[in-house]
Write a protein that binds this ligand. Structure first.
Ligand code: PXP
Length: 240
């Protein structure tokens, strides 16, 4: 059995709830189910526009998650204040643009250096481990160490999106080589676009610590849960 950790990102369970502003799906129940199924941690992204996860969700998760809580966030003043107060186990700093559908690229460790460095200092002082969501290159690994991060999360989007076998292999090799280069100095995680058909190769990279997966798990949960949900309603229709 692999000892690579699995962090499950539950943002899109909250997306379904926010679609109607209902009190379901209940994130507490989701956390319990996800952890019971073998996740080592829960990941959530509190976005500036609050399109899915709300502040109260993070507060509640801090109380209820038994494994590790990983808060994805932009390195803004507002988010740093929230993280310092709630104290997740990890903060994963990500770039954020309002118009994007999901996090589209890794952090710009050159242009954003001052802000990232300050965020690392503040979060570490609050006892929170800092992870940087970055492109898998050797130069970026050196920059992550220099900026004060102890963890990197390698962006697996290009690997997941590569359709041609050669490009797919090349992207996998980039992940392997970057993990090898960084592992002595940084804890190496990875995530974005992973699902059950492409996760095995990434999970078997020597030195890989944790994978974070969200969208595909929530999508799959809809499919594998659909029959049960319809059956429940059919049965309820029999009770006036
Ligand atoms: N890691 C980071 C930093 C992310 O921003 C996301 C998406 O929220 C993920 C992992 C998970 O990506 P996906 O939802 O495609 O599994």
């Amino acid at each position: 059995m692999t000892n690579v950790r699995l962090g499950v990102n539950i943002d899109h369970i909250a997306t379904l709830r926010q679609q109607r502003h209902t009190d379901y799906p209940d994130l507490s129940e989701a956390i319990r189910r996800v952890e019971a199924a073998g996740a080592d941690g829960i990941t959530m992204h509190l976005r500036e526009d609050r399109r899915h996860i709300q502040l109260e969700d993070v507060e509640q998760a801090r109380r209820e998650v038994s494994g590790t809580l990983n808060l994805e966030m932009a390195a803004t003043e507002e988010m740093l204040d929230i993280a310092e107060r709630i104290r997740p186990d990890y903060c994963c700093l990500v770039p954020e643009r309002r118009e994007e559908l999901t996090t589209e690229g890794g952090l710009d460790v050159v242009a954003g250096a001052d802000r990232i460095r300050e965020a690392c200092t503040r979060l570490k002082a609050a006892g929170i481990q800092v992870s940087l969501f970055v492109e898998p290159t050797h130069e970026v690994m050196d920059a992550a160490v220099e900026l004060g991060a102890s963890i990197v999360e390698l962006h697996t989007g290009p690997y997941a999106n590569a359709t041609e076998p050669e490009a797919h292999e090349a992207e996998l090799e980039r992940l392997v080589s970057t993990t090898q280069y960084a592992r002595e100095r940084l804890t190496v995680n990875a995530g974005h676009g992973l699902h059950r058909d492409n996760v095995g190769s990434v999970a078997s990279i020597p030195g890989m610590n944790e994978l974070n997966i969200g969208h595909a798990i929530v999508c799959r949960a809809v499919m594998v849960g659909l029959e049960a949900a319809v059956r429940e309603v059919r049965e309820a229709m029999e009770t006036p």
